[in-house]
Design a protein around this ligand. Structure first.
Ligand SMILES: [Zn+2]
Length: 279
């Protein structure tokens, strides 16, 4: 890498440029193929020569070249080199100030970029605090949690929640099985399979409360009916032995109520002792 231009060297270059005859400089070549080149400020060709504000330098046909390594140059090549040196000298008048100006402009741009960059200095480079996710890096004035760690935490939580839900599901499953078993035995509602749903079967078998209430009402009527047996037994006891018609009538009423009570498991309406006598 080229050594950086020291401030001192830059000052020297600037001072040389400022001290030299003000430009622009031009060059004038005598003859075709040349034998002499002159460099001058404000050089203007006239067709037969040139005019200038001030002559600056003169390059002639015999430059001093006493290094043996250069002795094989032809006269033509030698003249081309003289010409190049003259061009370089003449253009240095404008090239050096242009380079200095460009250097100043580049420095100004650099300083501006530094100022812009300074705004980001309070930013705080952050990485995974657990040290688990080296590829995650963020520059921010705010504090951020590592998103990969957050995803891991959420996964763990989701698994825990899923376990909880499955446990609850199993518990409800068990409760539903108990309910179904209470409705009807497994021989009736069957086992769980793709073709059979014992819960649906149990639901079909459950008698609604309204229906139970209605049947309860019917049963009360029957109990009331059966309870009247007592009156008929009394009527039999009070019946005159010669009145066979009434006797058998009361006897029929009483017996049918006794049979019904027996079939339904209802209490037979009469004290046991009197009932025995009534038979
Ligand atoms: Zn992380």
């Amino acid at each position: 890498m080229t050594a950086r231009l020291s401030p001192q060297r830059e000052t020297e270059i600037r001072e040389r440029a400022e001290a030299a005859t003000p430009g622009p400089w031009g060059l004038y070549e005598y003859g075709h193929g040349g034998s002499l080149i002159e460099v001058a400020a404000d050089l203007k060709e006239t067709g037969t020569g040139y005019t200038a504000r001030r002559g600056v330098a003169r390059f002639d046909e015999e430059p001093l070249d006493n290094d043996p390594a250069h002795t094989d140059w032809t006269a033509e090549e030698d003249w081309a080199q003289v010409h190049a040196d003259a061009e370089f000298t003449a253009h240095a008048r404008e090239d050096v100030p242009a380079l200095l100006a460009e250097l100043a402009a580049v420095r100004a741009e650099r300083d501006e970029a530094r100022t812009e960059l300074a705004k980001y200095e309070p930013l705080n480079p952050q990485q995974c605090r657990e040290g688990k996710h080296a590829d995650w890096l963020v520059d921010s004035e705010f504090t951020h949690a590592c998103p990969w760690c957050q995803i891991e935490d959420l996964k763990v939580k989701a698994e825990r929640d899923l376990d909880e839900v499955m446990k609850e599901r199993d518990e409800y499953h068990e409760v539903a099985d108990k309910l179904a078993d209470a409705v009807a035995p497994i021989e009736v509602i069957g086992e769980h399979s793709s073709m059979n749903d014992p819960w649906a079967n149990a639901l079909d078998l459950i008698t609604p409360k309204a229906e139970v209430d209605r049947l309860q009402g019917e049963l009360e009527k029957v109990a009331e009916h059966v309870a009247k047996r007592a009156e008929y037994v009394t009527a039999i006891n009070n019946c005159h032995p010669n009145n066979r018609h009434d006797y058998w009538r009361w006897q029929g009423h009483a017996e049918s109520r006794r049979q019904l009570a027996q079939q339904l498991g209802l209490p037979v309406a009469w004290p046991a002792k009197s009932e025995e006598a009534a038979r």
